[in-house]
Design a protein around this ligand. Structure first.
Ligand code: GDP
Length: 182
């Protein structure tokens, strides 16, 4: 039995990923930022804690976005979980990260990844929406993700980075194995 937290910027496909993993009927494409209450999903004896999506959200003011981030940080710091799964959108990760770096900020998703690792978590990094990247560009994209996170190249030397598509279910079994193995 494991307690596993799921984090991700809003709209990366976190709900879709949890749904693909467990079959739980959680709503996809729901209006984000409305509630801070984590959603708990029970699956094969495990407890999955779905934390609110963070970062920029349309029609959610900056103060509320800050509040969500603080909530996640405090929640993760206070609890003791067996594993952390960070869902990213591989199509937009680098673009958004570079935009923020250019403005002199540490991109939120990069900050979150390092925060989880500093707390000692085994982070499973889901590179979701891989279906949007042509096959011959995938290695390049995944290496770019690695570079931005300060991880060594090539990307496939890290077992915890999993290219995935919640839409096509590509790599679903690999992802399941990595997340639910202790
Ligand atoms: P969340 O806000 O992170 O929980 O994201 P959702 O699961 O609600 O998904 C946000 C949007 O991305 C929805 O329109 C989904 O249909 C879409 N989406 C999620 N996963 C994928 C994927 O793997 N591929 C593609 N092409 N779209 C996806």
């Amino acid at each position: 039995m494991m307690i596993i937290i799921f984090v991700g910027r809003s709209n990366v496909g976190k709900s879709s990923t949890i749904r693909a993993l467990t079959g739980a009927k959680i709503r996809i494409g729901k209006r984000p930022g409305v509630t801070l209450k984590p959603n708990i999903i029970y699956y094969e004896g495990h407890r999955l804690i779905d934390l609110p999506g963070f970062g920029f959200m349309e029609r959610v003011n900056e103060e509320k976005q800050e509040k969500i981030k603080d909530f996640i940080v405090h929640f993760v710091e206070r609890g003791k979980f067996d594993k952390a799964v960070q869902v990213t959108d591989i199509k937009s990760f680098a673009e958004i990260a570079k935009r923020w770096e250019k403005r002199g900020y540490i991109p939120l998703e990069i900050e979150m990844f390092h925060f989880l690792r500093e707390l000692g978590y085994d982070v499973v990094l889901v590179a979701n929406k891989i279906d949007k990247i042509p096959r011959d560009k995938r290695d390049e994209k995944l290496n770019e993700l690695c570079e931005l996170l300060g991880l060594r190249l090539p990307w496939d030397t890290h077992k915890f980075i999993v290219p995935f598509s919640a839409k096509t279910k590509e790599n679903l079994n690999t992802l399941k194995e990595i997340i639910f193995s202790s």
